[in-house]
Ligand binder design. Sequence first.
Ligand SMILES: *Cc1c(COP(=O)(O)O)cnc(C)c1O
Length: 448
Amino acid sequence: MAATRERGPAPVLDGARAGRGVWPATAHPHADGDVSVGGVRLTALAERFGTPLHVVDEDDVRRRCRAFRSAFHDGEVAYAGKAFLCRAMARWAAEEGLSLDVCSAGELAVARAAGFPGERTLMHGNAKTPEDLRAALGHGVGRIVVDSFHEITRLAALASEGARPRLMVRVTPGVDGRTHAAVTTGTDGQKFGFSLASGAATEAVRRVLGQRGLALAGLHCHIGSQITDPAAYEEAARRMVGLLAAVRAEHGAAPPQLDLGGGFGVAYRPGDPELDPAAVAERLRRAVRAACAEHRVPVPRLTVEPGRAIVARAGTTVYRVVSVKHGVAGGLLVAVDGGMSDNPRPGLYGARYTVRLVGRRGAGGDRAATVVGRHCEAGDVLVRDARLPADVRPGDLLAVPCTGAYHHAMASNYNLVRRPPVVAVRRGRARLLVRRETVHDLLARDVG
Ligand SMILES: *Cc1c(COP(=O)(O)O)cnc(C)c1O
């Protein structure tokens, strides 16, 4: 499957011209209507691996890792593994010098299987189970981000049996990232963190420092996801530095690290706003330095935890059209062989996407279209407000870009549909990372 490039001016993928493309870095349209990613045609991938299919552009992932590393060159970039994790992804993050966030014993097991260094791993979660905590301690996880008083007590008890875990205290700074309610995590009244305003955060610090078996590595906050306003991060940073100063005033020293979480917004459709890592890094550095000068505290080492911004754009999902209804929902109603089982985001957050016919050039002009899935729910809609060629028909391939984050990771077996494979592409080669589920997989757990 070698790369083929047409001569002459290449057709432009939607939105790419504006410099705000939604396709992977190496995506390339062909004159015959096909699209290649990583030098491999999507039609060839569909042929070889079947549909639905998740395609990941490895170069795109690595470039974004590097962009964050260079933007935060004096800090730490921890990839939030919950966005998309398999052993290959953990290895890419390791090779690019990133740290890794996990939020369960399962994610930790995958990271370990990939040989990801324990000391560069952070464990998150508002309700880590005893199993999660034991796995974290047993595997030498570098930092555990604590989220409740019960957890501090539990860790103190576990720590007395062995190693001295390094903790960060997850703080709710009261900053609203102005994003979807389901992914707003920085305000009081949602389930994450110790409130800054109520004094719970300073009490959590007191309790950690009061335990001989525990060490305080730093403070943490994560104000939400899909944030596109850098001012929200600056405000969170200022408040967190204020807390560092309060800790120093009470205990004589402030912990050395300040983790400002992830949530860097990406464009799902051409023209959507997104955050530039370099610009955010510069503003954050300035805000932190100014606040530290004002409070006379040493400048902490910054950590950021991008998930979506590392992998969203690298992913493309390829579906095959199963049926088309005309004149329904104000245009074409195009049903494909996947749906909410491989992408629950439209249902969860009202997420919007673009879609493109691949493998042939359509005819008859563009029509308004809605792309729906195969599941037994009227809400199983993948793409609203789409435009597709009038002659789109069963057997055609459709590609939905920007599906690298929280797609494979959130996939389910609803209707006992088998979860799609994940294929990495790079320099003209395709490599299967996660195989398609089989009926045998489904039945293997059904032991009754
Ligand atoms: C989900 C999460 C992230 C990553 O969020 P993105 O929107 O994918 O960047 C980072 N840190 C924590 C604590 C999270 O829960």
